[in-house]
Design a protein around this ligand. Structure first.
Ligand code: AMP
Ligand code: MG
Length: 425
């Protein structure tokens, strides 16, 4: 059969990305599992986390200083009596029951502000004379105090299902006493590399062979995106074995193929998938690197009890072009949102940073480019510059880069100093 049997659908980048996002919005995560809080970073929350008490649980001083009645400081300097001292974690019975007119209490950061006081004067604005304190700066009501429950009330939702657990979310979970959290299981993502020239593992490549790097770069990206990589043996450019291995891969939650999606005579991935009754959402995107990227859905063939062919629920797949940088970029642009959705994460939009181009860039118009680059700068300056590369096979140049410059398809040049979009990696 010939490639022409697969109806070609080459989309603009935005349309291709939108299509993936639409499909991703329809998928569900698999099961859930409990994890220890120490191992929960980067996982996706599968339950809600509520405040077990008011946050903060008491009016909290944010400074070392003196708790006062702000009205006592209308005339400066003011001199007040010091009636006690409250440190963080002070026993409740040692906290003065009231701060009266003309009185103050020495207080430390994180300590409860006593009744009667409505503000804290920083220690820097005070001079202590025995049991009296002289204050040279006024405070407004509430200054340097976080009222009880100002951050959250008992029972309020703090963390929602579908949230990827950042260090801030972990801090919140710890602060409400959750040492274990229910998270979604990592989706299994099959990686199937194709190509007669590819050798894997420790095998020594022949003079015209190359080592498999895509399976490993993809595994790293899958892990970072919250998936569990399942490496399938390298498929030859031969339909029967390719079909068998695709069938293997379709048993996972998502299948990523690399190589074999271009226009070459031995690029068989689309043909074989089409024979397997795959549905194709697109067979190319107007981007560089990665133009031949394919996105679709296919069900694995299984045999029913009576031996007749049966089908299981379909699995999404991406055919990523085999050039190593194309594989990496198309994973980020298209496979990642689907993987994140399968991991239970609430979908995120693709956002780009902006920086000034360090030097002029010349390109051909027509494709949206994602070119390996180095973002540098310090404090309030940032600039970005392409790395010198030999095209989308040049993983060594890409390993020196820390981002991609994103160039719209209608541009043929970017001036030095012009703002450009940047995708971090
Ligand atoms: P293809 O997309 O199959 O036409 O491959 C494009 C280029 O990527 C060719 O130069 C391949 O040798 C190379 N390539 C394909 N698969 C891999 C892989 N797994 N690791 C490294 N390079 C690859
Ligand atoms: Mg190939």
């Amino acid at each position: 059969m010939s490639v022409s049997q697969v109806h070609s659908k080459v989309l603009d980048f935005e349309d291709a990305r939108r299509l993936v996002e639409e499909q991703a919005a329809q998928v569900h995560a698999g099961g859930t599992e409990p994890v220890n809080l120490l191992a929960a970073g980067g996982r996706v929350l599968a339950e809600t986390v509520l405040a077990d008490r008011d946050l903060p649980p008491f009016a909290r001083s944010t400074r070392d200083g003196y708790a006062v009645r702000s009205g006592d400081l209308s005339q400066l300097p003011a001199t007040l009596d010091v009636i006690g001292e409250i440190k963080a974690g002070e026993k409740i019975e040692r906290i003065p029951s009231n701060v009266g007119v003309g009185q103050s209490v020495a207080i430390m950061t994180g300590a409860p502000v006593p009744t009667g006081a409505d503000a804290v004067v920083m220690v820097e604005y005070t001079t202590r004379h025995g049991e009296r304190i002289e204050i040279v700066k006024g405070v407004s009501t509430g200054e340097n105090v976080v009222p009880r429950g100002a951050e959250a009330r008992q029972g309020n939702l703090l963390l929602d299902r579908g949230l990827r657990l950042t260090e801030a979310a972990i801090a919140v979970a710890a602060s409400v006493g959750r040492s274990r959290l229910e998270v979604y299981r990592r989706p299994r993502v099959a990686v199937l590399t194709t190509g007669d020239e590819i050798v894997d593992g420790d095998a020594t490549p022949g003079p015209t062979q190359i080592r498999n790097s895509n399976s490993y770069s993809l595994a790293a990206q899958i892990l970072r995106a919250g998936g569990q990589p399942v490496l399938i043996p390298v498929a030859p450019d031969e339909p029967q074995e390719l079909r068998r291995l695709i069938g293997e891969g379709l048993k996972s939650d998502l299948l990523l193929l690399t190589g074999g999606v271009s226009m070459g005579r031995y690029d068989l991935v689309e043909e074989v998938l089409s024979e397997m009754q795959a549905e194709f959402f697109f067979t190319g995107a107007k981007i560089q690197p990665g133009r031949p990227v394919v996105f679709g859905k296919c069900s694995a063939e299984t045999l029913a009890c009576d031996g007749s062919p049966a089908r299981q629920a379909s699995t999404y797949f991406f055919g990523l072009p085999g050039n190593p940088v194309s594989t990496m970029v198309t994973f980020e642009l298209f496979a990642r949102p689907m993987l994140e959705a399968l991991a239970g994460q609430t979908p995120r939009k693709l956002v780009f940073l902006h920086a000034r181009a360090k030097a002029e860039i010349r390109i051909k118009a027509g494709l949206r480019r994602f070119l390996p680059a180095i973002l540098s700068g310090e404090f309030d300056t940032s600039e970005v510059e392409l790395v010198a590369w030999q095209g989308s096979g040049d993983m060594a140049a890409t390993a020196r880069a820390n981002c991609y410059i994103v160039i719209p398809p209608d541009r043929e040049s970017i001036r030095a100093g012009e703002w450009v979009a940047v995708m971090m990696r």
